[in-house]
Design a protein around this ligand. Sequence first.
Ligand SMILES: [Zn+2]
Ligand SMILES: [Zn+2]
Ligand SMILES: [Zn+2]
Length: 295
Amino acid sequence: MNSTYVDLSNGFEDVIISFKPDSNEHTFPVFQYSPVNVQGPGCPVDPSEVTLPGCSCLSHSCISESCSCLQTHGQAYTSDGSLLSTNVSDVGPSTPVFECNALCACSDSCSNRVVQRGLRLRLQVSSTSGRGWGVRALQRIPHGTFVCEYAGEVIGFEEARRRQLAQRSEENNYIIAVREHAGSGSVTETFVDPAAVGNIGRFLNHSCLPNLFMVPVRVHSLVPRLALFAGRHIDVEEELTFDYSGGYRNQTPGQPRLAQTDAAIQASRTLQRKACHCGANNCAKFLPLDLSILN
Ligand SMILES: [Zn+2]
Ligand SMILES: [Zn+2]
Ligand SMILES: [Zn+2]
């Protein structure tokens, strides 16, 4: 049997996503690989358009004292590009992240440019026991490291609802709804569907005790990129998972679910009620269900 691995991204990422095409070929989804979000029906803006202002730092890397980006939005990353732990509480990320963009004068290696650099880690898409396809780490991943985006078509609420209702019960639902609650009480909603056009994120399984968590990150557009970061140290061969309901607890089972603080970010992949086989001690036995999209 030929066991050569190919690049799942077809060269669209800077690193190869290891994938063995001859394994369970018949169950492999047909989709178009895109490393970044694309504009879908009902999304009024093209996510690739540059609409946010830039800083005028002529330095190698921006510093909070002088950078208008960091002064306006705060510093999200350490100097080596890990997410600052102050940005994440037990219940998930608390503030949105804004990176330097194409209009900024700083260099490409500015420490405020992380998610925009794309996939840097060696990952593999392979079949799991009982849970379809999944993503594994082929290298150790330190806590706070950016792993990958959950990228796909950015669609409007009505289109998300239409697609959800048109789905057959045996089909996977990939649509994720991210709600960002600002302190003023306003809510920003983003819907991303990687089913037909998407990246490696569409292969990540749900876990009630995940090792990744999601943070909306803005680069040059107000349309957020749904970035997944390592919530703890991850070892070689470990499967990468996130909580489709957007929660992330520091591995302490039994704590209350996502609390609604005055500035909170909530993500959920809307699903039909399906059994969860993640195997965690605190497993809820069912994949999270979010009906708000159907109301
Ligand atoms: Zn910068
Ligand atoms: Zn700057
Ligand atoms: Zn900047």
